[in-house]
Write a protein that binds this ligand. Sequence first.
Ligand SMILES: [Zn+2]
Length: 76
Amino acid sequence: MNESTVVNIGDLCVYCAKSTAMGSGLFVNRIGADSQWKTMNDELVWVDGWMCAECQEEGDRLAELYNPDWKMEYDD
Ligand SMILES: [Zn+2]
């Protein structure tokens, strides 16, 4: 197990694994992001990819629930 391994997943969203490639409909509002994924061997690896607009909306919704102030900073 090598915790420093970073896997580049290309155009995939690190949260929902949908493609954010040009023409996918999720390309425009994607932002660079990384996260940890569990492999088939139950190892955690860092993945370097994107966060699609749908997951950003989900994040905003959760942020409003747990920390209403956070969203205001995020929008600046
Ligand atoms: Zn996503």
